[in-house]
Structures are given as C-alpha cells and as structure tokens.
Design a binder for this molecule. Sequence first.
Ligand code: MRU
Length: 384
Amino acid sequence: MGDSRYTGKDNVRLRDDGMAVVILDQSLLPGRTEYLEAETPEEMYEAIKTLRVRGAPAIGIFAAYCMAALAEREIAAFGGKGGGRKNSGHDGLFADDASGAAEFMDVMKKHGEYLKSSRPTAVNLAWAVDRTLEAAGRALKEAAETTAAAAAAEAVRREALSIHEEDIAMCRAISEHGLSLINSGDGILTHCNAGPLATSRYGTALGPIILGTERGMRFRVYADETRPLLQGARLTAYELSQAGVDVTLICDNMASAVMKNGWIQACFVGCDRVAANGDTANKIGTSGVAVLAKHYGIPFYVLGPTSTIDLACPSGDEIPIELRPPEEIKEKFFTEPVALPEVRCYNPAFDVTDHSLITAIVTENGICRPPFDESLRAAVGRRK
Ligand code: MRU
C-alpha cells in the first residue's frame, strides 16, 4: 500500500469500480496490515460494529463511501445506468418514471438507516449518511425522470468524495490550531486514538503532534492503552512511532502518576459527539483523564472537526452511549478468560466529559473556549 508513514492516506477509499469500500482493517493492527473490501450492507455494518473501521471521522467517511457503493450496486442490479428498467422484473424499480426514482431513494434511505444503526454515539456516521441522501435528493429533483436514479447515484459518489476531501483539510487546520497551544519539549497525554487512522492524514488529537514533529519540534507523548479494546496501545503508539514521535505507552490507571510527576503539560483527546453546551462524548475513560487534569492544573483540550459538533443535542445527557459485549473485558486479548463466565460486566464504549472540565475545543474553524454554547455555534456557523 505504498508509503505508510501517515497511514491515514488510503485507510478508507472507494474501490476503483465504485462498487465496494476498501479499508485498512484496524482490528488487526499493529500485528497485521490487511485491507478488506466491504461490498454488501451486512459487510459494511459489520466493519463498523467490530471496529475494523473506527474513529468518528473515519466512520463518517466510510459510511459515505458505503452509500456511494450501494447506490452503484442498486443501479447495476437493475441492468446498468440510465434509468429505464421496465423489463427487469424488479417490481418497477427504476422504471421510466418518477416513481422509480422515488423507489431508489427509499432503498437508499433503508441502507442509510441500517448503517446508522451500527454504532450510536459518533454523530459523524449519521451526519455523513444524511449528507449523501440530501445530495441524492437534490440530484433527483434536477435530473430528467429517466436518468434520475443514475444522477442521484453520481451525486452520492461526489458527496462522499467531498466529505473525505473536507476531512483532510479539517484535520490539517485542526493540527495548526492545536499546535499553537503547545511548545516543543512538552509532554502530552492522549487517550484512545484520534490520529490518521481515525480520520484522514494528520488526525485530530494527534495532528498537532505529527505536524509539529514534521517541523522539527519535539514532544513526549504518553498514550493511555485504552481498555478494553486497546486503541492507545495498538493504534496510537503505532502511529506515533511511525511518525518518529517519542511515545510512551501507559496503562489507563497510570495517568495520575505521570501527571503528578510533572511530565504532562497538556491533554489532547478526540471526540465522538460534542453537545451544544460543550459536553463531549469520547472513548470510555476520557472523563476520568479530564478530572485528573483539573486536579493537577493541566489544560485539557478536545480536538475535532465541526462535523462532530451536534448543536441539536443540548447536553451530554442526550448523547446515546454504546454498550458493548462483556467478552471484550473478560476474554479478548487474553490467552484465557480473566473472569468467570457468570461475572456481570458493564462495558460502555464512551463517556461524557462535562464541559466544565474542558479548557478548549479545537475545531478547523478555530479554538472554542467557554462559554461553549456561543463559541461552538460560531465555529459551526463558519462551516463552508
Ligand atoms: O470506539 P472507537 O475506537 O471508535 O472510539 C474512538 C474514539 O473515541 C476517538 O477518540 C474519537 O472517535 C475521535 S477520532 C478522531
């Protein structure tokens, strides 16, 4: 797959024929670098659910490409592009009239709902699916009836490519803004993985570190291992090592110790959904890091694109938190189960950090400081 120094480059892409989405399977890293092709809605759903593709922006990009591939497949299934399928035997889908195009939209909406149901917390998934559906809807209105479905499919493809391109630009801008908050020589603690794998190119929380390193700055990064799925150990430590960054892996319960030692000057974390008041959902354990940072007087920064800000969600209380299976705690990554089968587990994938614990939220449109209800609204308003 060519130069893998910045692994975000081609981690998610549309296959050349447009009929499948190709992803680097993050669930196998760092031991194995394998790509897989998701063709069916079930394969796409499974890839999100099992974290083969993960990280809020990457899930959004993937979902948009899934919609493009599914649109292409729907059209191919009914005999090629162009619209008229009266003899296809498929109950009039894509027939030479407006009802065929409407039926195409219905099928696409069903695909979208199915994909959205795979993981509930990261808002980017629903945001990206809805953007592709809106693009399809606009194209349908403008196109001639007989070619409307093909025009809609093409609009979905273009929208997906735009979402990906925009994410690359947003990560770059977030990295620049974030870099203004730290100095060469700083120690930075991060939780989970918000690097190129979770986004595109630079990443969000890791973006300033990678960009600064490119410019000759030096940072000492402490990566929480991130129980139970070990995104910090498997992905963050891997990406930062590849980028030539001085990274030290710690267990989640060591964050307080490294802060107390005076080794941490800032915390940088990503986000899965930022509510209108600044409450932020991110990987389980993030809010604990924020509480510790407050105790030790260390600034706690959340970095994420405005696509992760959900102004329709008033506070963290309304953010749905995904619950995951107990096996991830008791069995996964262990040679033998570490708890009895009957032991009950509580395995939320995310928690919400109260806005009062957050120093600033860094977006592509600038650094938002409290009061967040005003600064976030302004950042979203500047979205092109
Ligand atoms: O369960 P995951 O691995 O998808 O959780 C990911 C995170 O919590 C990331 O920090 C977040 O999505 C931001 S990625 C830029």
